[in-house]
Design a protein around this ligand. Structure first.
Ligand SMILES: CC(C)(COP(=O)(O)OP(=O)(O)OC[C@H]1O[C@@H](n2cnc3c(N)ncnc32)[C@H](O)[C@@H]1OP(=O)(O)O)[C@@H](O)C(=O)NCCC(=O)NCCS
Length: 205
């Protein structure tokens, strides 16, 4: 992982970041992917935490890594909720994966998040990867998914000791993560080089 640079994402990076996200996610969790379109739709939204969004560039300045943060809510009653952070998508270009770039994007952004006053970070992902950064099952803190379900891929990490002790309830992500219009996605994809959508083993849907 030598000669790479980590820095904040700027609006000049947006198109390249979305290209990179598509390269990293294409056919991994579903035929094609939607993560690049979700990020595109969230640009400028007040739920995006721009001060935590990082990119990694190679020596030529090409984007090879990206992490994206939004605000979420843990809600225990209609009038009782706590703001928390969520990161994702996180993307490393396939050629550069397993060299520590994803870990560095997570560690650097989590270190910055510590000073921002949020009690914790709530994500979904593969526990085998995220446990190494301090994530535990969200159910350990009494936090469940927005539909009330609980599963190991829903994870939480406190940003200071005990910060999530009194935070419990349903995790509400930005609605843009779950309301992707397939027709609009297909139209958006026309801006990118053509790729074939493939059904592969291990995809989630
Ligand atoms: C996931 C991702 C960001 C990790 O970045 P990376 O730079 O490749 O990861 P690192 O080099 O920091 O870490 C590599 C380790 O993570 C593991 N790992 C990487 N992706 C993983 C995943 N999805 N599930 C479980 N483990 C994973 C590797 O097996 C390796 O394990 P090891 O250290 O025990 O050998 C990158 O692989 C990627 O962009 N994947 C496609 C998009 C994606 O799945 N994003 C995350 C969605 S939750």
């Amino acid at each position: 992982m030598q000669h790479v640079t980590f820095r904040l994402e700027t609006p000049l990076d947006y198109a390249n970041s979305e290209f990179l996200i598509r390269e990293a996610f294409w056919n991994v969790y579903q035929p094609g992917c939607e993560e690049h379109f979700i990020v595109h739709n969230l640009r400028g939204d007040p739920q995006v935490v721009e001060s935590l969004n990082l990119v990694c560039t190679d020596p030529e300045g090409q984007l090879i890594g990206h992490i994206f943060y939004t605000r979420s809510q843990v809600q225990s009653a209609p009038d009782t909720s706590w703001p928390v952070l969520t990161f994702g998508p996180i993307s490393v270009h396939p050629t550069f994966q397993k060299k520590g770039i994803g870990s560095e994007l997570i560690r650097r952004s989590m270190a910055s998040a510590k000073g921002m006053g949020f009690p914790g970070i709530l994500i979904t992902g593969n526990p085998a990867y995220y446990h190494r950064f301090g994530f535990r099952p969200a159910s350990d803190y009494g936090i469940v998914f927005q539909d009330g379900s609980s599963f190991p891929e829903l994870m939480a990490c406190e940003l200071s000791p005990g910060a999530l002790d009194n935070v419990h309830g349903r995790l509400l992500f930005c609605p843009q993560f779950s309301n992707v219009d397939p027709v609009a996605l297909e139209a958006f994809d026309l801006h990118f080089p053509p790729k074939t959508r493939l059904k592969k083993p291990g995809q989630l849907h």
